[in-house]
Design a protein around this ligand. Structure first.
Ligand code: GLC
Length: 784
């Protein structure tokens, strides 16, 4: 195609554009407080300012009508009763909560937000809120020279997004994901700014195509939308963790996943027959390689019709699901939104008869080409349609399926625009709205329908949902994989900042296709990628049709042994990971974190792309290039112990670390602890013994962590059936203390105690467990 040749940069193609003309919001004409909402009538539009909590304030501007405050697809909480003090003068109105101060200049309307220490968070200068003739709305904010930007959902490129410009428009991109490939499948119009150790957040809740520009100017940034209102929230921080708690207070947190979902998943486009799936499961058992889920890609269906099985390829899916479950393995089938246009296919018939598909305003169903050929698309923006779709999942749950994989839900369509006609009108629960406005939430609503349906039908068991597309809040329903990457080292590298920024965008349960989807993988890449995968929150190996098979044993024994070691390691770390997932479900904190989250005062962490943390005390520094057996590792303040070798390193500097193919450097901070389980077998994945590895420190530190456990598969924890231990580790020159500070819940696990293993105890240091000094080197343990 010509656009893929140098013709694309033909000089005659330069676009001649004139200056963009913005209409500024103008001066404030009057303002009125109404129940914690401050309404401003300005020359060119109306603005509402609303405190959600002490630390969260919302600004809504509508240039045509009164600001709409109840239309959010992402925010499900209502504002708290926030005490505000008000100081009004001719020039400014100051509104102050306990944590935030808004200074609103009246001529023209400009907002400055400060924290409780009078420090600037966001500010507007010459330009503030504005709009254009074509309906586009834009907000300009001053950019500080020390600002670093993170989040923005699923973006390629590096961790720090300063100097970048991004668009939000859910897009199916099979072409290689390059640094300039934007947008991708997920739209999360949210970011966090880190400025000299302090952080704040900004969530632009607009579902239209939006743009964030931190590139075009050096002293301001902007965000804009193709239509709709300006509707954004400022989150006070001041720590990155606080920002994330605030953001997920608004958009929700991930549900606690079933334990099996955080194990290893094996996928392929496609394992095409029941026989092949059985053979695959058997191989995992024979090789003693852990696997919790096998995914069925589109070939399981009859002509790619959702809610069907191909009778020849999968003659007895119920037995398959049952037999595999006996082996400790779950089946996760793919479900795409497109319903094949086929007048003899019941799902299509129902959809047409009951008026459930997306339509044009004139009443015609919208058809688009996807895997099954011409297809109709359920209108998930409507509650009735969601209910219908939810109920349809009985087809899967009735045969024992507990997990679903949603794909193509941008929605992807095989045409020039890659998606549905933007003029399609969605029902939107009684407020008909165009696809142009709701495109970015189509996948979110499909996820909601799927998750809710599965949850209802599983009667107390936790469902698992994986999705490709989503919007802010997607974490409430689904884990996210990062779409069609390739078996390139560059894509392994890119997956780290991508997954970290997803975590900073409120989506902790994320991972790339391990090994790479398109293109042929190779032994070394797959091995290195599997090592990383063992510590990324979502861990699935997936590959495309006609590429080389990439199950862990495909490249011979040498590589298999290494991959097996790391997949098993995932299971050894399960108690630690599960406790972190618990934290994610409670506070919205990511499992996999950039170092800046724990060390926001350390500028060396601000754009550290090739290392990450698991929780607050483990640094992983994988090898991400071929034929490489050493790398520089930056360890932040503290002392660190390498997990496998036991070698010690001082933090606050870089080290050259050697790592042969069988090694991936993992560092645990001294003075902290990690919980470890064991690998038994595929049929029995529950650890009988739990160990707490305490990395003795000597620097007068106290470390507190929460260990969490429960049955791992039901919602019984909601009624108190869990075990939660707050454990503190105190390290002094003369002692290491391990104390259970508090115990919660009435779940009784299979183990009676947690073995305590002290690593690196110094001469002269006593060990004290729960206040008792250990004199005779007994086996140390904590009762549970
Ligand atoms: C899309 C998905 C991919 C899947 C394929 C076939 O490309 O991103 O994961 O294997 O469709 O269903």
């Amino acid at each position: 195609m010509l656009k893929d040749t140098s013709f694309a940069i033909h000089p005659g193609k330069e676009q001649q554009t004139g200056p963009v003309i913005y209409q500024d919001i103008g001066n404030v004409l009057k303002h009125t407080p109404v129940d914690n909402i401050y309404l401003f009538t300005c020359e060119n539009g109306d603005v509402a300012v609303q405190f959600y909590t002490d630390s969260i304030v919302r600004v809504v501007m509508n240039q045509k009508t009164e600001p709409k405050l109840h239309a959010s697809k992402a925010v499900h909480v209502t504002p708290e009763d926030v005490r505000i003090t008000e100081v009004n003068s001719e020039e400014v109105l100051k509104l102050k909560s306990n944590k935030l101060e808004l200074i609103i200049r009246k001529t023209p309307f400009r907002i400055t937000v400060k924290d409780d220490q009078d420090r600037l968070i966001v500010a507007e200068g010459e330009r503030g809120m504005a709009y254009r003739e074509n309906g586009e709305v834009t907000v300009f904010k001053e950019m500080n020279e020390n600002d670093h930007f993170y989040g923005f959902g699923e973006k390629s490129g590096y961790l720090d997004k300063r100097g970048e410009k991004y668009e939000m428009w859910n897009t199916d991109v099979y072409a290689p994901h390059n640094p300039e490939t934007d947008p991708l499948y997920e739209s999360i119009p949210y970011f966090m700014t880190l400025r000299q150790g302090r952080a704040h957040g900004l969530f632009f809740d607009n579902t239209f195509r939006t743009e964030f520009d931190m590139k075009s100017a050096s002293d301001y940034y902007s965000f804009s939308a193709e239509g709709g209102q300006v509707d954004y929230y400022v989150l006070a921080g001041p720590e990155p963790k606080a920002v994330l708690e605030q953001y997920t207070h608004l958009t929700g947190r991930m549900p606690l996943p079933p334990k099996w979902a955080i194990g290893y998943h094996q996928s392929r486009y496609s394992y095409k027959t029941e026989m092949e799936v059985r053979e695959l499961a058997k191989s995992f058992v024979e090789h003693d390689i852990p696997v919790d889920a096998i995914h069925l890609d589109i070939h399981y269906m009859n002509g790619y019709r959702v809610f069907t099985f191909d009778k020849e390829r999968f003659p007895n899916p119920e037995k398959l699901v049952y037999d595999l479950k006996e082996m400790g393995i779950r089946i996760v089938p793919i479900v795409d939104p497109g319903v094949k246009k086929d007048s003899e296919y019941p799902i299509y018939q129902e959809g047409v008869r009951e008026n459930l598909f997306c339509k044009y305003i004139e009443g015609d169903i919208y058809f688009g080409e996807v895997w099954p050929g011409e297809s109709a698309f359920p209108d998930f923006t409507d509650g009735n349609v969601r209910k219908w779709w939810s109920d349809k999942h009985a087809f899967y749950t009735n045969i024992g399926i507990e997990g679903i994989w949603n794909d193509m839900n941008e929605p992807a369509v095989f045409n020039e625009t890659k998606t549905m006609d933007v003029s399609v009108i969605h029902r939107n629960d009684g407020e008909p709205t165009t696809h142009r406005e709701l495109h970015n939430v189509y996948g979110l609503f499909m996820g909601q329908a799927t998750y809710d349906g599965m949850k209802e039908q599983l009667k107390g068991k936790r469902p698992f949902l994986l999705t490709r597309a989503g919007y802010a809040g997607v974490q409430r329903y689904a884990a996210v994989w990062t779409g069609d990457n390739r078996s390139f080292w560059e894509h392994l590298q890119m997956s780290l900042p991508m997954v970290m920024n997803m975590g900073l965008s409120g989506v902790p349960f994320t991972g790339p296709d391990v090994g790479g989807f398109a293109h042929d993988t190779n032994a070394e890449l797959l091995t290195r990628w599997t090592q990383v995968g063992a510590f990324t929150p979502y861990f699935r190996n997936h590959s495309a049709i006609e590429t080389r098979y990439q199950e862990p044993w495909q490249f011979g024994e040498k590589y298999e042994a290494i991959m097996k070691k790391y997949i098993q390691m995932r299971y050894k770390w399960m108690p630690q990971l599960y406790s972190l997932f618990f934290q994610a479900s409670k506070h919205g904190l990511p499992v996999m974190r950039p170092l800046l989250m724990e060390y926001p005062g350390d500028v060396k962490t601000y754009n550290l792309n090739d290392q990450f943390m698991i929780g607050d005390n483990v640094v992983i520094a994988p090898i991400l290039t071929p034929s490489t057996t050493a790398r520089a590792v930056y360890l932040p303040a503290g002392d660190w112990v390498e997990y496998t070798s036991g070698s010690m390193y001082t933090g606050g500097k870089q080290h050259l670390i050697h790592a042969k193919l069988e090694d991936m450097p993992i560092f645990v901070k001294k003075g902290t602890a990690v919980m470890q389980g064991e690998w038994n077998s595929n049929a029995d994945k529950t650890s009988k013994n739990i160990r707490m590895d305490v990395y003795a420190g000597d620097g007068n530190g106290t470390y507190v962590f929460t260990y969490y456990d429960d049955d791992g598969e039901t919602f019984a924890y909601e009624n108190g059936s869990y075990l939660k231990l707050d454990v503190e580790v105190i390290s002094n020159r003369d002692r290491v203390e391990v104390n259970v500070r508090s115990k919660d819940g009435d779940y009784v696990p299979g183990y009676k105690e947690i073995t305590v293993n002290i690593i690196g105890l110094k001469e002269g240091q006593n060990v004290i467990i729960n206040g008792e000094i250990n004199r005779d080197n007994d086996k140390l343990s904590l009762k549970v």
